[in-house]
Design a protein around this ligand. Structure first.
Ligand code: HEC
Length: 149
């Protein structure tokens, strides 16, 4: 038992360190992490928009309210993904204008939060028009701050 440990332990330790070294090379940069974070937030926005449409189609007011509340909450994290100035790593379609005029960018984010908040009100489902909502509150920011894809 003792003999085999003394043989294997250094090997295991060296394997551990070489794996560490390897994965350190592969660590995403802070810019890449920020991009991954905001990209997943945006994906959840798109998902929640789909859920809102689905709830309206089923005339499910409680479900609609829940998804609107989720969207408002998720939107509260929007700027968190843009804290590193000019973080436009590979894959990102963010425009540098975001950091040239961050207060305008924040205004658009606030617009989405307010709009999502108003969807949580009783009766909001009836007048919800996904195309108008998306064009104003999502597209309104994309037109200025996201590269057209
Ligand atoms: C305050 C600005 C802002 C608002 C509001 C906003 N987005 Fe975006 N969105 C962006 C930016 C900037 C990117 C690009 C981020 C990147 O690639 O680094 C983006 C990227 C995306 C992406 C991934 C890239 C793509 O084009 O497929 C999706 C999906 C998306 N947004 C959906 C939405 C939806 C749905 C809403 C509304 C519910 C919304 N966004 C509201 C700024 C915004």
């Amino acid at each position: 038992m003792k003999a085999s440990t003394s043989i294997w332990l250094p090997l295991v330790v060296s394997l551990f360190f070489s794996t560490q070294a390897f994965s350190d090379d592969k660590q995403p940069t802070p810019e890449e992490r920020a991009y991954e974070f905001r990209h997943s937030i945006f994906e959840t926005f798109a998902w929640k928009m789909g859920q809102l449409v689905g709830a309206k189609m089923k005339n499910d007011a409680a479900g609609f309210k829940k998804h609107a509340t989720d969207l408002e909450y998720l939107a509260s994290m929007l700027e968190e993904g843009f804290q590193i100035e000019n973080s436009i790593p590979e894959g990102s379609i963010a425009k540098p204008e975001i950091w040239d005029d961050f207060s305008k960018f924040e205004e658009k984010a606030n617009g989405l939060r307010t709009a999502a908040g108003s969807l949580t009100k009783d009766g909001a489902m009836d007048s919800f028009n996904p195309r108008d909502f998306g064009s104003k509150n999502c597209g309104g920011c994309h037109r200025d701050f996201k590269v057209k894809d």
